[in-house]
Design a protein around this ligand. Structure first.
Ligand SMILES: NC(=O)c1ccc[n+]([C@@H]2O[C@H](COP(=O)([O-])OP(=O)(O)OC[C@H]3O[C@@H](n4cnc5c(N)ncnc54)[C@H](O)[C@@H]3O)[C@@H](O)[C@H]2O)c1
Length: 330
C-alpha cells in the first residue's frame, strides 16, 4: 500500500481523485487545503486527515508521494520542500510563475534523483502517440497551434496576470508543451498581445488574444495563438498542427488526422472522457512510485519547467515588443 497526500483539493484535484480512488494499493492518507471547509469535506469523503497548512501535514504524516494541485501563483516553496523531504510529487501545470523557484526545485530533485510528474495530459493521448510515431523519421518545418477558448467560470484568479500568468501561461501551455513534445525545443519567441475588450470584468488584466512566433532549435518555425473568444454559441478551437514537405498532422482534444502523400488517416483519442485522459498521467506516476520505474512518465518537472520558460519568455516579449531568447533547463 502506498500513502498519498494531497495539497490543494479544488477542481482538478477532484478529477485526479476519481482515478486515484480506483487504484489498488493506493491510500489517500491526508489532504490539505487553505479553505478549511473544503479540507474537512474532502478529508471526510476519503477518510483522510484534513489539514489547512501543508507544513503541519508534512511534519506529521509520512507519504510515499504527494499531489500538488494549486493555482499558478501560490506554489511558493512547496515543491522545494517536498523534494527536500524526498517525497515524489505530481504537480499540475503550469508548475509555477517564477523560474528561479523552479530552478531551486530542480536542484533538489536532481540531488535525490526524485520521481516527478506534471499534468500535461496531451502527451498521453492516443492521437499524440500516433502523430509522434508518424513524425519519427520526418522533418517538421512548421508548427501551428492555438487555444481559442473561454474564460473559466468561477475561477476569479484566472483573468488576473499576477495570479494566473495569463492565458498562454495557464491554458495554452498545453499546446506549447505539445509543440515541444513533437517538434523539440524552442530557442526564441517573438509575441504580441492585445488588451481592452474585457475591461468590464473586475480585475481582468490578461491579454485578450495573443500571437507567439516560435523559432525551434531544429530550424522549424511556429506560431501559437490564444484568445478568450468562446461563449454561448461560439465554440472553443483548441489544437496543434505540425507539418512538413508533403504531410500535415493535427492533434485536437478528442481527435486528429494525418494527411500525407498516400492519403488521409483519421485519429481518435480512445479515452472515454476527460477523467480517463487525466488518468493516464496518474497511472504513469503511481506506477513509478510503486516500482521505481519512470519510463511511463511523459512529463517531468524539468520538462514542464522548460515549457513554462517558453510561455514566460512570450509574456516578456509581449511586454517589451522584442524577441526573447528562452532560458534553458533541458
Ligand atoms: N491538466 C489540466 O487539464 C488542468 C485542468 C484544470 C486545471 N488545471 C491546473 O490545476 C491548477 C489548479 O486549478 P483548479 O482549477 O483545481 O483550481 P482551484 O482553485 O479549483 O483549486 C485550487 C485549490 O488550492 C487551494 N489552495 C490555495 N493555496 C493553498 C495552499 N497554500 N495550500 C493548500 N491549498 C491551497 C484552494 O483553496 C483551492 O481549493 C491550475 O494550475 C490549473 O492550470 C489543469
Amino acid at each position: 500500500m502506498i500513502s498519498i497526500g494531497l495539497i490543494g483539493v479544488g477542481g482538478i484535484c477532484q478529477v485526479h481523485l476519481k482515478n486515484l480512488v480506483k487504484m489498488s494499493g493506493v491510500q489517500i492518507a491526508a489532504v490539505c487545503d487553505i479553505d478549511p471547509h473544503r479540507a474537512q469535506e474532502v478529508g471526510k469523503q476519503l477518510d483522510a486527515t484534513p489539514y489547512t497548512r501543508y507544513r503541519n501535514m508534512l511534519r506529521r504524516e509520512h507519504f510515499d508521494a504527494c499531489y500538488v494541485c494549486l493555482t499558478p501563483s501560490v506554489h511558493g516553496t512547496i515543491e522545494y520542500e517536498l523534494a527536500e523531504a524526498q517525497i515524489p510529487f505530481f504537480v499540475e501545470k503550469p508548475v509555477h510563475l517564477k523560474l528561479e523557484f523552479c530552478e531551486g526545485v530542480l536542484n533538489e530533485v536532481d540531488k535525490h534523483n526524485l520521481i516527478t510528474a506534471v499534468g500535461y495530459h496531451w502527451r498521453y493521448m492516443d492521437t499524440t502517440k500516433a502523430v509522434k510515431a508518424f513524425i519519427a523519421k520526418r522533418r517538421i518545418t512548421a508548427v501551428d497551434g492555438g487555444w481559442q477558448g473561454a474564460i473559466p467560470e468561477h475561477a476569479l484568479w484566472w483573468p488576473q496576470m499576477k495570479l494566473s500568468g495569463g492565458q498562454l501561461v495557464e491554458q495554452a501551455t498545453h499546446i506549447v508543451d505539445l509543440a515541444r513534445y513533437l517538434a523539440g525545443d524552442i530557442d526564441t519567441v517573438f509575441a504580441s498581445g492585445t488588451k481592452g475588450a474585457f475591461a468590464d470584468i473586475d480585475k481582468y488584466d490578461i491579454y485578450d488574444a495573443s500571437l507567439t512566433n516560435l523559432q525551434f532549435d531544429s530550424g522549424a518555425v511556429g506560431v501559437i495563438s490564444t484568445g478568450c473568444v468562446a461563449s454561448g454559441t461560439v465554440p472553443s478551437r483548441v489544437g496543434l498542427t505540425v507539418s512538413g514537405r508533403g504531410w500535415q498532422a493535427d492533434v485536437k482534444q478528442r481527435d486528429g488526422q494525418i494527411i500525407h502523400e498516400r492519403g488521409k488517416r483519421k485519429l481518435k483519442d480512445n479515452a472515454k472522457d476527460f477523467i480517463e485522459q487525466i488518468g493516464r498521467g496518474d497511472a504513469a506516476f503511481i506506477h513509478a512510485v510503486k516500482t521505481g520505474k519512470t519510463d511511463r512518465i511523459r512529463s517531468t518537472y524539468r520538462d514542464a519547467t522548460q515549457t513554462l520558460a517558453v510561455t514566460l519568455a512570450a509574456n516578456e516579449s509581449m511586454r517589451t515588443g522584442e524577441p526573447v531568447t528562452v532560458e534553458r533547463f533541458m
